[in-house]
Design a protein around this ligand. Structure first.
Ligand SMILES: NC(=O)C1=CN([C@@H]2O[C@H](COP(=O)(O)OP(=O)(O)OC[C@H]3O[C@@H](n4cnc5c(N)ncnc54)[C@H](O)[C@@H]3O)[C@@H](O)[C@H]2O)C=CC1
Ligand SMILES: O=C(O)CCC(=O)C(=O)O
Length: 449
């Protein structure tokens, strides 16, 4: 890991001291600060005005108790979080994650990343993220509903279409957004469509929001390939995860001529050399909510399922990690590179460890960071907010075209910024610097707040 310029080193020291044990948050901050070296040497005003220090401190952090009654009548207690990181560009915006690994450090890293990602979309949205250590796995629909109602009973006083607009993330899809929206409506006595995004199509949701993160990631990868004179046609692709992002990334890769040969869940992975059958995957994951091993059972003998080893052992040209943070390690990066992988696009938030990124960079593997590549989800959420504000509903084709233009512009902006700051082809530097400059300039204009 490179040494930081002394002013950035001091900022990082303060982050470590104030946020002990929050490793993912430290990791996300360190990556951005490393990219800012060239910015502070060109523009010392960012260091002078303490804007970088202010940007590393969330505006507000909310932690609350979520009590609920399970199907056996026992009282369960979970912890709820919402970190409202930065609202210089607009209302806080970002998803809710329900997973046992959720803690304040994870939510802080996600909301910090979200701030830059949202800036890159070019939409007027600030950064936030939230969630709970609630584990939806194995819970009945009635339990999930009671949990969501209790969670919103506290959250509702902190959100609003002009304040903070949550959406889904791991463990939170259209079903959970429905329960959350229902409780918000009941508590506030307002049909405030713009308070949550990812809603169902017949109650204020936007077409393409479900597909947007996965499709957007593939649009971004397609732009990267174009700069190399290539297309997705004939490429062998591995996508980790089998949730919202993964399913629609797989769908779009195959629509554009690539073959996705493997996907996974937290229990293992499947290899299907004929190409993942997306309709079957949707049936298993979205309808039946079953394990990925069921895919192999349903598909027949040519599909190999494994609960040992790593999905990254499967040879591919392109890897799209779309499950969770730090899922792709240095060892995985070495294997992927040896097996001929030439491009990695992050569908998830921070799925590659810093060591893995170092290995890809040294090997000349093109690398797209999540805050740029997966920004299509939140960008389409902003399109949902636009439709809600104007009481409108756009067609699938029109919305997908808007998404593809947004992703092309994000790609152009990251590439141009990387060139401008002396790191051509480095999308990490391009994304971090472009996002930072936009948020920092807005913060400077708003005074010391
Ligand atoms: N849903 C969205 O619009 C967006 C999501 N993301 C990010 O994409 C990633 C995936 O999110 P979603 O698809 O929405 O969630 P999801 O809950 O729909 O799917 C998550 C998938 O990851 C798998 N998974 C979780 N932990 C795992 C582990 N430790 N090892 C292997 N697999 C694991 C799950 O089994 C599931 O297949 C997350 O990092 C999320 O923050 C990023 C941008 C937008
Ligand atoms: O659509 C949104 O507001 C949330 C998307 C999200 O959580 C993310 O980009 O990581």
């Amino acid at each position: 890991m490179p040494e930081l310029h002394h002013s950035l080193h001091d900022v990082y020291g303060e982050v470590l001291r104030r946020n002990p044990g929050e490793h993912e948050f430290h990791q996300a901050i360190r990556e951005v600060l490393t990219s800012l070296e060239s910015v502070v040497s060109k523009h010392p005003e960012y260091a002078d005005s303490a804007v970088i220090r202010r940007l590393c401190e969330p505006e507000r952090q909310i932690i609350f108790r979520v009590p609920w009654v399970d199907d056996s009548g026992a009282v369960q207690i979970n912890r709820g979080f919402r970190v409202q990181f930065n609202s210089a560009l607009g209302p806080f915006k970002g998803g809710l994650r329900f997973h046992p690994s959720v803690n304040v450090g994870v939510v802080k890293f996600l909301s910090f990343e979200q701030t830059f990602k949202n800036a890159l979309t070019g939409m007027p949205i600030g950064g936030g993220k939230g969630g709970s250590d609630f584990d939806p796995k194995g819970r009945s629909e009635a339990e999930v509903m009671r949990f969501c109602q209790s969670f919103m009973t506290e959250l509702f006083r902190h959100i609003g279409e002009h304040t903070d607009v949550p959406a889904g993330d791991i463990g939170v899809g259209a079903r959970e957004i429905g329960f959350l929206f229902g409780q918000y409506k009941r508590m506030s006595n307002r049909y405030e469509s713009g308070v949550l995004t990812g809603k169902g199509l017949n109650w204020g949701g936007a077409r393409v929001r479900r597909e947007a993160t996965g499709y957007g990631t593939v649009f971004f990868i397609n732009e990267m390939l174009k700069t190399r004179g290539q297309t997705l046609d004939g490429q062998r692709v591995v996508v980790s995860g089998s949730g919202n992002v993964a399913i629609y990334a797989i769908e779009k890769v195959q629509e554009l001529g690539g073959t996705v040969v493997a996907c996974s869940d937290s229990g293992g992975y499947v290899v299907d050399d004929k190409g993942i059958d997306v309709a079957l995957l949707k049936e298993i994951k979205e309808v039946r909510r079953e394990r990925i091993s069921e895919y192999a059972t349903a598909r027949g003998n040519h599909v190999h399922a494994s609960s040992e080893g790593s999905i990254w052992n499967v040879p591919c040209d392109i890897a799209i990690p779309s499950a969770t943070q730090n899922e792709l390690t240095a060892g995985d990066a070495i294997t992927l590179t040896k097996n001929g992988c030439r491009l990695v696009g992050e569908g998830a938030n921070m799925p590659a460890t810093p060591e893995a990124i170092g290995i890809f960079t040294a090997a000349g593997v093109a690398f797209a960071p999540g805050k740029a590549a997966n920004a299509g989800g939140v960008a389409t959420s902003a399109l949902e907010m636009q439709q809600n504000a104007s009481r409108d509903s756009w067609s699938f084709e029109y919305t997908e075209e808007r998404l593809s233009v947004i992703m092309r512009k994000i790609h152009e902006r990251c590439a141009a910024t990387a060139d401008e700051y002396g790191s051509p082809g480095n999308y990490i530097a391009g994304a971090n610097i472009a996002g930072f400059v936009q948020v920092a300039d807005a913060m400077l204009a708003l005074g010391v707040i």
